[in-house]
Design a protein around this ligand. Structure first.
Ligand SMILES: Nc1ncnc2c1ncn2[C@@H]1O[C@H](COP(=O)(O)OP(=O)(O)OP(=O)(O)O)[C@@H](O)[C@H]1O
Length: 340
């Protein structure tokens, strides 16, 4: 959880993002309590009523936290331009020295690979909190080659990093368009309607399955919500560093998603178990026992393999789609194509 969230007043939180005011009202329709802190307010909630509204303390906290982070990343441009992000080596899970530092330039995509539990999310979390030797991995993060200004680190409004997390369950009873309009307003976009329409078009290109401005957020599928958040991060967020904890392989156009983010001159780090995504990066970082064990530049031959893998993936997607809609795959024409 964001460190100071429990002690922030409801009034402060509401002022941060109109979506937060909406969620708080949903959970507690009684008189507003602007002076009460978030933790004390949670204790006053009636769990039965909360459940009836489709909420729980856990998803309420996750949601408010997501919106607080979003309001931070929706802020105006930073007052400096990001050129490079560096991760100075720390220690592995056994306290042994990590073998490599990591240098990432603007416009680069870095994929983080490694077995389950090896420490991929830890690496992303180190970047997210601009670690300074004070996390289990003892890594240090540098911005443009220097230790980040403490205001960037502890000011809860730094807007340097946007995170697209695995947990994108919306609890808000809002349409996609209303939700995006709130973002555009927070961001003080000059053409809010235009940018909202662009995010919806992009989200649809990524998701495959169409949604509209009127689609309620709660009805989006996992893939659609992820696609919406990626389009929103690319087009509306000012943050130059984007952290993504896996993009589902079902249904999202991964290449387009990455192109969209990189076109905005962002540094993108993706933790993934997906071979296609892993090969789409400029380089991939291999994590073992909590530390960087290798940094591999994606070679021309690997890129050629990627083309072949994408061809197979397209076939696989086609079979999935046909089976999903009740078709069979035993017609001769399809078999001939499949064997090619
Ligand atoms: N260098 C380290 N030192 C100490 N603990 C670490 C280190 N790296 C990772 N860990 C811890 O190991 C556990 C597993 O790490 P993490 O969740 O990052 O793995 P992961 O590779 O993301 O797993 P998955 O693929 O299942 O999502 C976490 O509790 C994490 O804090």
């Amino acid at each position: 959880m964001i460190a100071d969230l429990p002690t922030r007043s409801l009034g402060d939180l509401q002022a941060l993002h109109p979506g937060i005011a909406h969620v708080l009202r949903l959970a507690d329709p009684s008189e507003p309590k602007p002076d009460m802190d978030f933790a004390s307010w949670l204790e006053t909630l009636d769990l039965t009523k909360l459940n009836r509204a489709g909420l729980s303390i856990e998803n309420l906290c996750t949601h408010v936290e997501t919106l607080v982070r979003q309001s931070e990343t929706l802020r105006g441009p930073l007052d400096f331009s990001l050129k490079a992000l560096s991760l100075i080596a720390g220690v592995d899970k056994f306290g042994g020295a990590e073998a490599f530092d990591l240098e990432i330039a603007v416009g680069e995509i870095v994929c983080i690979v490694g077995p389950t539990g090896s420490g991929k999310s830890r690496l992303l979390a180190d970047i997210e909190c601009l670690a300074q030797g004070d996390t289990p991995s003892k890594r240090k993060v540098l911005i443009n080659g220097a230790k980040p200004d403490p205001t960037l680190r502890f000011g809860s409004n730094h807007g340097l990093i946007a995170q697209v997390s695995q947990n994108m369950n919306f609890v808000m009873d809002l349409g996609v368009g209303e939700f995006l309009t709130m973002h555009a307003e927070c961001r003080q976009a000059t053409d809010a309607d235009g940018v909202v329409a662009d995010v919806i078009v992009c989200g649809n290109e990524l998701a495959g399955e169409r949604f509209t401005a009127e689609t309620p957020l709660t009805q989006l599928s996992g893939g659609q919500s992820r696609a919406l958040m990626i389009a929103d991060t690319a087009l509306l967020s000012a943050s130059p560093i984007v952290l993504i904890d896996e993009i589902e392989n079902a249904g999202i156009d991964r290449r387009r998603a990455l192109d969209l983010l990189v076109a905005r001159e962002k540094i993108v780090l993706i933790s993934t178990h997906d071979p296609i995504l892993a090969l789409m990066g400029d380089k991939r970082v291999v994590i073992r026992h909590g530390a960087i064990a290798k940094i591999i530049q994606t070679s021309a031959r690997e890129r050629a393999c990627l083309v072949e893998l994408q061809r197979l993936d397209a076939r696989f997607t086609e079979v999935r789609q046909r089976l999903r809609v009740g078709e069979t795959i035993d017609d001769e024409k399809f078999e001939v194509r499949w064997m090619r």
